[in-house]
Design a protein around this ligand. Sequence first.
Ligand code: IMP
Ligand code: MG
Length: 191
Amino acid sequence: MTSEFAQAVSTEFSNPNFEILYSAERISERIRELGAQLTAEYAGKELVLVSVLKGSCVFLADLMRVIDLPLTIDFMSVSSYKDGTVSTGDVEILKDLSNPIRGKHVLVVEDIVDTGLTLTRLIEILGSRGAASIKIATFLDKPEPRIKKELIVDYTGFVIPNKFVVGYGLDAAGRYRNLPFVGIVTDPSKA
Ligand code: IMP
Ligand code: MG
């Protein structure tokens, strides 16, 4: 009964409108590597993972479970001001951190860095709060459309081509965040 029901309604993961870029297995392998690296580099430091909502929630959940250190997590939500379709680089804080970061080692956890405008502004905002260090871990890096070339991305899951991707937290109009893989939407008109 349960499985028949699941078969009848669960067509999202097998939607033919995706070209799979990274499978769930490939993602988990890469995140274990990042976890080992972060565990070594943050040993003995007071680490706070700051997740930028909503896209990074899946990456955060997996990444935090492969960092074998005492750590805390916090969340921020920002919206980018747009002038038509072009991002202006201004961001509005919709939800701020719950706790101060003074003296802490902050690792900002992002889903994807594209133009870099949002993260550049976010780092400026966090930079005035007395953290011991602020670094960036992004699941995906799309360097081609980067406007803020000076933005330093410290840890990257995968560097991807200039294509619109969904899944593993990334959305198209709110949908597809639950896909366990990362895919390119092959026909955006059907997305
Ligand atoms: P930017 O670096 O300021 O351009 O903004 C990055 C944000 O744009 C990300 O956090 C995503 O929310 C969104 N974004 C950029 N590229 C993609 C994509 O390929 N798929 C889904 N969201 C994207
Ligand atoms: Mg985002």
